[in-house]
Design a protein around this ligand. Sequence first.
Ligand code: ATP
Ligand code: MG
Length: 403
Amino acid sequence: MPDSPEAVTYLLKLGELTLKGENRGGFERVLRRNARFLLKGTGAQLVATDGRYFIHVAENVAEKIEFALDHLFGITGWAKTRFCEKTVEAVCKVCVEEARALLANGAAAAVKTFKVEARRTDKRFPLESYGIMAVAGEAVLAAIPALKVDVHKPDAVITVEIREKAYIYAGSRKGLRGLPVGTAGRGLLLLSGGIDSPVAGFLMAGRGMSIDAVHFHAYPYTSKEARDKVVRLAETLGRYTLGVRLHIVGFTKAHMRIKEKAPPAWTTILLRMAMMEAAESIAREEGCACLISGESLSQVASQTIENIRCTESRTTLPILRPLIGMDKESVTRIAEKIGAYKISILPYEDCCVLFSPKHPELRGDVEEAAAYYERLEIGALIEEAVRERDEEHCSFAGRRRPS
Ligand code: ATP
Ligand code: MG
């Protein structure tokens, strides 16, 4: 297939993985598994050769391939690449074609300058890297007089790699970077319907973590639409994480108990404590190594450092809070990038919003929190809610995630 005219080849660039020393093999195995999972059904062949990864595929599924590559953690970039015989003439010819394609690509107005970059692992090729840059650059200049060379800030870079074959590509796209999902265990994300928590899950997935999620609803105080919104968020996150198993927990009785027995100022803190306890119980049952939340220091009353301490005082698993030092604008930018923002801002009320007090306790004392919490006698309610939870497999294109 690679040599037929309708076939295209993508070259994948690995980043941080290459720093993994002895463990590199294991990381790469997971990366290949994940790539194959995302590419399933496209007829794509993933080939690890020549110190690089290549995907050979028919042109008519290029869009699907590019979608998959945009959702694959562990690669720093990718490029649609051409390849040719390892002769100086063939390389120059393809460089000129790539430059023409750049101009024809609607980018003509933007591309006025270029440079050729070259790497040579096959030392038998008659030119050194510098020589390739010079000769191929000359060829492009001669063929397209409108273009100029700018080695410092070019509008376009044409890259030549002389390996087993000669690979040539103009314009590569940035990858998600990070580590392949599945190389850092599994975490249970507390997923609300807001902007923050999907971003928290995305960031931990980018450190290699597989993601399960738990959502607490308070039906009928929260609507069916609010639940659907969370499922859609989990599906969106699932594109990056090879799926998400979502646990949906009815927390209405817990809410009611808290409302009935706790001082109003303490309801949010106590609710968070109960959520953490329930989440920890699910995490242990499902083999998750930690909890993940979208808390950000001092974003709201329940997220002052004192209240965060109360929130985590009933649980022992590590709680990862990747947004803790981020401001809302940075979080929102990521939410937009991953496609979650437009879902998060749908107007359905989250249970926490419905039950939040007008004047919340800002600096809860952890011992006072323990005393109020004991008084709730909420353990049995939590157990029941956890036992009766629903599960949804928010999978990528309906596929079961690899174990
Ligand atoms: P927002 O963008 O509105 O801040 P949020 O998801 O951060 O959304 P917060 O009220 O700030 O909502 O809640 C802090 C964290 O607590 C969330 O990021 C989430 O991890 C967890 N959380 C809150 N409500 C729920 C819920 N109903 N189900 C599961 N987790 C929740
Ligand atoms: Mg928040």
